[in-house]
Design a protein around this ligand. Structure first.
Ligand code: G4P
Length: 557
């Protein structure tokens, strides 16, 4: 108990203690802490088609959150989609927005932040990672590290969050596992530790060897895709009995590989895992449900509970009694039946209770969080209470912006802002009908406030000409669609040749005085930050070489 009390310093439960006595206080506090410590909030990242949706589905099956596989993404008509909120998503059969899924497993409360898996992903994907405490990276065993994974991985390393790797599709022909590890290490710059090791692949796939338990998880080519448990066989490598199960050549290769790994590979180090410097690697096959449950068990054991978050008052302990959260995503009109805006918040400390009053730090006002919703399938579920680590959607009457802080702390503080990530595609946008100027400006500003697009203007200019920047080109379509459907405005778009943007970090810099190539453009964003638009990487180097003091950044802070 002494330990617990020391642990709880700084949390004030005085009222509870004086009104109900020590026993009630203790039960309450222990339950509160357990609720938070049992939470695991992570994002799944991958290049399209690596198997992120399939793995998510299988994880949800274990948690009993869904009854059958196939409801997470509706590629084909019959499947209902979890996150097909917008018509455009339905038409395309892809998920444009990220969804949040929660399930319980083995005493843990697991929050999965799903990120769009298609090519045209948006800044939303990046921001989702800001709300996660760890990430699961799914890699296609035949393709290795692909482009999108690299981009998302960069954001994970920027935050230093733990990354767990699931090398998927081992039931198909795969690259050599050593080559895959080397690629992860080289391309992503992170150490690897294989938790299990594959025995063959494709038609020859026999299963995996669990390095810790020293047992073989045997794969059965039953042809049935599904939920069956794999057979576990205790294995003494070198035992001739294994030749029959694995075939002699595969048994020999396995023994040699394990010897090599035990001798030469990185050692397991939880501290490095927790700081995103070493990734535990699991081989499996999500589609056949092979290796998913052991992965989940190890992941829950090794991944961190909600972590303290930096704020203007220093790091905020998730176990603090005061409620605090930040907005990481705003979604408008997800459901035509409710024409409203939902702000997704990540709870960073304390407990959410429906109807609670909180202070909106950036707005300088008290607001009532009347509605808390969690999203599963296309239905919204009303949440009565939620704890640090959880993600909920709250009704937004149009006052919240990305990065805003909500708290009940007596001395309010603000969480460190969410960086703005560099868009890669740019267009000049104007309204077709000049009479609709007001709606156009309102629509553009609201959609930008939600973070779906970024808008830029000439230095010191107004909204006469707006440059829109997006991370994925699909966002242009989303913009056009939403302006027409929600604001009744038709727009004209003209692609601009820029593909790089950099924020100028020097506070005192006058962009007009900079020596730049003639095709570089000077603009500002709506927070008044100065930026440069470049058509190629060479011009960036040129700008840096010809303006010695200039400090450029890929993220706006
Ligand atoms: P994503 O979310 O990362 O984009 O990938 P998704 O899960 O949709 O998987 C992409 C394709 O890969 C799907 O096939 C899926 O069935 C298949 N897949 C996923 N995991 C495995 C695996 O472990 N082994 C094998 N052999 N295939 C796997 P599809 O034909 O494109 O779609 P669908 O008809 O199955 O939905």
């Amino acid at each position: 108990m002494v330990v617990r009390l020391v642990f709880l310093r700084g949390i004030s439960y005085n009222k509870l203690y004086f009104q109900h006595g020590y026993r009630v206080w203790r039960i309450f506090v222990e339950n509160f802490i357990e609720q938070i410590d049992k939470r695991r909030t992570f994002a799944i990242i991958s290049h399209p088609d690596a198997g992120k949706t399939t793995l998510t589905e299988k994880l949800l099956l274990y948690g009993g959150a869904i009854q059958q596989a196939g409801i997470v993404k509706g590629k084909k008509g019959a499947r209902a989609a979890v996150s097909d909120w917008m018509e455009i998503e339905k038409q395309r059969g892809i998920s444009v927005t990220s969804s949040v899924l929660q399930f319980r497993y083995n005493g843990y409360c697991v929050n999965i932040l799903d990120t769009p898996g298609h090519q045209d992903f948006s800044e939303d994907t990046y921001r989702t990672l800001m709300a996660a405490d760890s990430a699961v990276m799914v890699i296609d065993a035949a393709k290795g590290v692909e482009n999108q994974t690299k981009k998302l991985f960069k954001v994970c390393t920027m935050r230093g969050i733990p990354i767990f790797t699931f090398i998927n599709k081992m039931d198909r022909d795969a690259q050599n596992p050593f080559d895959l590890l080397e690629e992860i290490e080289q391309v992503l710059g992170i150490e690897t530790y294989p938790m299990n090791w594959p025995i063959g692949s494709g038609k020859e796939f026999k299963g995996v060897y669990d390095r810790n338990k020293k047992e073989i998880l045997a794969f059965q080519h039953s042809g049935k895709v599904g939920q069956q448990q794999a057979e576990k066989i205790e294995a003494q490598l070198g035992d001739p009995g294994l030749d029959e199960l694995l075939t002699k050549p595969l048994h020999d290769t396995l023994s040699e590989d394990i010897e090599l790994l035990d001798g030469a590979a990185y050692e397991f180090n939880l501290d490095k895992v927790r700081h995103g410097m070493l990734t535990p690697v699991f081989f499996g096959s999500a589609l056949t449900n092979f290796g998913v449950e052991p992965f989940l068990a190890d992941f829950l054991r090794l991944s961190p509970p909600p972590l303290p978050r930096d704020s203007s008052a220093g790091p905020i302990d998730p176990r603090r009694e005061d409620f605090s959260a930040f907005v990481f995503k705003i979604q408008a009109n997800m459901n035509k039946a409710h024409r409203d805006r939902i702000a997704f918040i990540r709870i960073c400390s304390g407990k959410f209770e429906r109807g609670m009053d909180v202070f909106h730090v950036q707005g300088g006002k008290k607001v009532k969080l009347a509605q808390g919703t969690q999203l599963m399938a296309s239905e919204r579920e009303i949440v009565e209470e939620a704890y640090a680590g959880d993600i909920i959607g709250v009704f937004d009457p149009g006052i919240f912006s990305i990065g805003d802080t909500l708290t009940t702390a007596k001395t309010p503080f603000a969480f460190a802002g969410i960086p703005t990530f560099a868009p890669e595609h740019f267009s000049r946008v104007s309204q077709v009908d000049t009479m609709k100027r007001k709606q156009f400006v309102k629509g553009m500003e609201q959609i930008a406030q939600e973070g779906a697009i970024q808008i830029f203007k000439e230095l010191g200019g107004g909204m006469e000409e707006v440059i829109v920047g997006v991370v994925g080109v699909l966002q242009f379509e989303v913009l056009e669609y939403r302006l027409k459907n929600e604001y009744n405005v038709d727009i004209r778009m003209q692609n601009l040749p820029y593909s790089f943007i950099r924020w100028i970090e020097n506070e005192d810099c006058d962009p007009k005085a900079l020596n730049l190539t003639s095709d570089t453009r000077r603009v500002e964003d709506f927070k008044g930050r100065k930026l440069l638009l470049f058509t190629n990487a060479w011009s960036i180097t040129w700008a840096e070489e010809h303006n010695k003091e200039l400090r450029l950044s890929e993220v706006g802070r």
